[in-house]
Unconditional design. Structure first.
Length: 476
């Protein structure tokens, strides 16, 4: 399902020159080949065109660009690390790309207040490193940490593998700095935990995917670094058993369950087939697996808690086999197997992907019912479920039948979507858990969103961006 939109809009030479002058010629990319990294996304499902990619190096330059864009009615697509999976960061209609990766300063780290102020282009990895330098943890964790950016994470309200314990991107931001479409700068870089001075404008822009304003910096919440971490890779007989094991873990390790990831055996097999250096982590195959991670401020005792959970799981037949990491390298291998699930699917042909959430208690039934619905449409298709069982966020992917024609399989994209989303709706879930709406789910949004909420979203868009210059055609 590749979406290729219209050719680049031809800007008048004098107007193009004015945009280029704001950032300087070396930070304005007009060559098509040099623009390529900004015009496609990780799955190559969306491709765009742009007259120029602008790379501002300051908030003042971002403000000047947006002010000129409003004056000239020129559309702008903000872009962070370009790791998004729903097309929100790609210029679908020949817009100017506003690439923010030069805004890459960590402005302040305050371990006493447990805050850190980062510009939008700081990578997640760099933010985590800056926190670690003062013995703190920035708790967002994504496989793309080396390339995704703080601005992009906040704009899409990204989730990740630690959301169970620490929340999603919105949970980590105390304050933000935003450039509005008319060029004004909203300075809400607040380190306060208590501030009841009117509307909380911060949350208007977090998760708005760059349609209301451009986030240029944020004050991020830090937490103490855990003193002990224990990780286990567990084979379980079913998704229902995994859910029961999650309940047991929460009872026995209250407040210390950091991650609880669910994986189908098919995914393990694909990782073993296509993931270099990966191996089966248990002696025998199992229908399902979970990756459990506990973390604590206590320096000892956590391993005994994890062993107790697994022992009781074995006794209750929730666990078939398990191994606990004995070293940092082994822990990394556990996580590598889990994080390779998304990457290895491309080697199996077409994949129809869904990033959905349902109530945690409904996850096993959702998977079973979605599998049945897909089987009715494409009997030989291979459903592949994995994700964050602890917060109900499941990546429900459907791999093409072995030996099938990829294009023919992907032609069923909308039918499969409709079947899966019907099951999501039945269980009171969401069609987008952590990847956003972008282009991919834009036309579905009014069908699933409360009509009053959808109308309010459109009202906010008109109020803040009356000319529609910011990320047009995305979300709404």
């Amino acid at each position: 399902m590749n979406i290729v939109e219209t050719p680049p809009k031809m800007l008048a030479p004098d107007l193009l020159g004015r945009f280029v002058a704001i950032v300087g010629e070396k930070n304005a990319i007009t060559d098509r080949d040099a623009q390529a990294p900004y015009l496609t996304e990780p799955r190559d499902m969306f491709r765009g065109t742009s007259p120029v990619v602008l790379r501002p190096g300051s908030v003042a330059e971002v403000a000047a660009i947006l002010k000129l864009a409003t004056e000239s009615a020129t559309a702008i697509v903000p872009q962070g690390g370009n790791t998004g999976l729903v097309g929100g960061q790609i210029p679908q209609h020949g817009e100017i790309v506003l690439a923010l990766n030069r805004l890459d300063r960590v402005r302040e780290v305050d371990p006493v207040s447990n805050t850190m102020t980062c510009e939008a282009g700081v990578t997640l990895l760099r933010a985590r490193e800056a926190a670690a330098e003062v013995d703190r943890l920035y708790p967002q964790l994504l496989p793309s940490e080396g390339s995704c950016t703080i601005g992009g994470n906040l704009s899409t309200n990204a989730g990740g593998t630690a959301a169970l314990a620490y929340g999603i991107a919105r949970s980590h931001a105390l304050g933000i700095e935003v450039v509005l479409p008319d060029g004004r700068v909203l300075n809400a870089l607040n380190k306060l935990k208590k501030d009841n001075t009117g509307y909380d404008l911060r949350d208007l822009f977090i998760g708005a995917e760059g349609t209301l304003g451009v986030i240029t910096a944020a004050v991020l919440r830090l937490v103490p670094r855990p003193r002990s971490i224990e990780t286990a890779f567990v084979g379980v007989p079913s998704a229902h058993a995994a859910l029961d094991l999650f309940g047991l873990a929460n009872e026995r390790a209250t407040g210390t369950v950091t991650s609880f990831e669910l994986m189908l055996r098919l995914g393990i097999e694909l990782v073993l087939r296509h993931g270099a250096g990966c191996r089966d982590l248990l002696p025998q195959p199992h229908p399902w697996y979970v990756l459990i991670e506990l973390s604590s401020q206590a320096r000892s005792g956590l391993r005994a808690v994890l062993e107790e959970i697994l022992a009781e799981g074995l006794e209750r037949r929730l666990v078939q086999d398990a191994t606990i990491a004995e070293s940092l390298d082994q822990t990394k291998m556990f996580w590598r197997v889990r994080e390779m699930f998304g990457e290895v699917q491309r080697h199996e042909g077409g994949s129809i992907k869904h990033d959905v959430s349902v109530p945690v208690a409904a996850v096993p039934d959702f998977i079973a019912e979605a599998d049945a619905a897909v089987a009715k449409l494409i009997p030989a298709a291979r459903p592949l479920s994995f994700g964050h069982l602890g917060d109900g966020n499941i990546h429900y992917n459907v791999a093409q039948p072995v030996g099938a024609d990829k294009a023919e399989f992907l032609s069923h994209w909308n039918e499969v979507n409709a079947a899966v989303f019907a099951v999501v709706a039945k269980h009171g879930g969401s069609i987008s858990a952590e990847h956003g709406i972008g282009v991919m789910k834009r036309d579905l949004l009014p069908k699933v969103k409360d009509p009053v909420a959808y109308d309010l979203m459109r009202t906010l868009k008109r109020a803040l961006d009356p000319q529609g210059i910011l990320n047009p055609g995305k979300v709404l």
